[in-house]
Design a protein around this ligand. Structure first.
Ligand code: C2E
Ligand code: CA
Ligand code: CA
Length: 413
């Protein structure tokens, strides 16, 4: 696919397009046809193909002009079932079963179509186009008119693997300490999910969270993570009773019905005082439905749970959220922190963010602290808490017990 086609696909996947299909349509014997039709005839053929295919599509479907490889891309959002993409492809093939008239020539158009689906075959534009292209290659080489992408075409774990991982408890939780810069004590840990797949190895959280969201498993993943995090955190609290837990809420989990009840039930189940739970939300999460998110965060905040605005400064509308939501903490994005010691501009930005937090009565937490001098600078700037590889990497609960950063944390006696 060319850049314009990929761009259109990216836009489609970035929106709320549900299950999507991608058809890559190849015209067989293109060169022979081009030679026969001449330049004017070739252009007429392009227009005819485009118009006839477009007529067969639903509102909202999109046909992209062929790239240099000569393939049309058809994007099908909001498919009701897996079979609908195949049906659309078959409709197109049937349309060209009889010869058509192009610029005075009678031409038999012979097409091959490769089909791939999101999330069944891939969840991002690059993966989906690769899957459709491999399917198309199989059709062209195998003399078939239509081929569907196969799971074996794909680089990395898929929906079914995640479903299996959730059932089989393949996922794990690690905890990254947060240091109170005034006392030098670890006062909280952020729970971060991990997935080690037997074949694919470590899968990045961003990747499996997106997979879960596309596959309708976001609720399942939140339920699993919340319980895994609070269960292991309860063990940690036996030794460090005042240790707080930060938990990430993914954008799609916001829309889940019953999320508030689920969180409150988990607090009761693991006997965690609400003030020791901090829910980290990003503006993308809140953007999906600001009214509902505001209401939901208000309910949780009223129950005593803390709300942290994660990745602060990375997006465009962070300030809007400060106006509307009951936030108690700003997490300064690591983008501004990683190179703090060497970047004057970052220092000015971070200092302003800390001041802003304090003006609003919020706690400022810097993430991505990788160097000792960054920690010193943040302390001098009056930042409240810090988190990063210099203090500790995300650790398994048993590793936390032996880690030097936990030494001055208040223990039960
Ligand atoms: P995040 O919430 O911003 O988490 C911080 C990420 O920065 C973590 O990556 C952490 O390992 C990494 N990190 C911590 N200290 C440093 C540092 O000093 N330098 C650098 N370069 N990186 C550092 P991780 O664990 O890969 O998580 C990535 C993102 O995935 C998280 O970003 C969060 O948005 C999401 N995520 C992770 N676990 C969960 C989960 O259980 N549920 C949800 N909804 N999202 C999760
Ligand atoms: Ca976070
Ligand atoms: Ca963050």
């Amino acid at each position: 696919m060319d850049a314009a086609q990929l761009g259109a696909l990216e836009n489609l996947l970035a929106g709320d397009a549900g299950r999507c299909g991608l058809l890559l349509i190849h015209l067989r014997r293109r060169r022979a046809l081009q030679a026969r039709l001449g330049l004017a005839g070739q252009q007429a053929l392009q227009v005819l193909l485009r118009d006839r295919i477009a007529r067969l599509l639903r509102d909202g479907d999109q046909i992209c002009a062929p790239g240099s490889a000569g393939e049309f891309a058809v994007l099908l959002p909001n498919l009701l079932s897996v079979g609908h993409a195949q049906m659309a492809a078959q409709r197109i093939l049937r349309e060209f079963e009889h010869p058509v008239e192009v610029d005075g020539h009678s031409v038999l158009i012979n097409l091959a179509i490769g089909v791939a689906l999101c999330p069944e075959h891939a969840v991002d534009a690059a993966g989906l186009s690769r899957s459709a292209l491999l399917a198309l290659d199989r059709a062209v080489l195998g003399g078939k008119r239509l081929e569907m992408a196969e799971r074996s075409d794909l680089p990395g774990p898929q929906t079914e693997d995640l479903r299996h991982a959730l059932l089989e408890n393949q996922l794990g939780m690690v905890f990254q300490p947060q240091l109170d810069l005034r006392t030098g004590e670890v006062v909280a840990v952020e729970a971060l999910a991990r997935w080690h797949h037997p074949h694919w190895g470590d899968v990045a959280p961003e990747q499996f969270i997106r997979l879960a969201e596309r596959a309708g498993l976001a609720g399942e993943l939140t339920r699993w993570s919340l319980n895994a995090a609070l269960r292991q955190h309860a063990q940690l609290r036996r030794r460090w009773p005042e240790l707080a837990c930060a938990f990430n809420l993914s954008p799609k989990s916001f829309g889940q019905t019953g999320l508030i009840e689920q969180i409150l039930a988990a607090l009761r189940l693991w006997d965690l005082p609400p003030r020791l739970l901090s829910l980290e939300v990003t503006e993308t999460a809140v953007l999906e439905d600001p009214d509902y998110s505001g209401w939901m965060l208000g309910q949780l905040s009223a129950a005593g749970v803390e709300i942290a605005l994660d990745d602060f400064g990375r997006g465009f509308s962070s300030f809007t959220y400060l106006r509307h939501f009951p936030v108690s903490e700003l997490k300064i994005d690591q983008l501004f922190v990683n190179e703090l010691a060497s970047q004057k501009r970052d220092q000015q930005i971070v200092r302003s963010m800390i001041e802003l937090s304090h003006q609003l009565g919020l706690r400022a937490v810097a993430e991505g602290v990788e160097e000792p001098c960054t920690l010193r600078l943040l302390t001098a700037m009056g930042c409240d808490r810090a988190q990063g590889y210099h203090i500790a990497r995300p650790l398994a609960p048993e590793e936390l017990h032996g880690h030097p950063c936990m030494e001055s944390t208040g223990e039960t006696v």
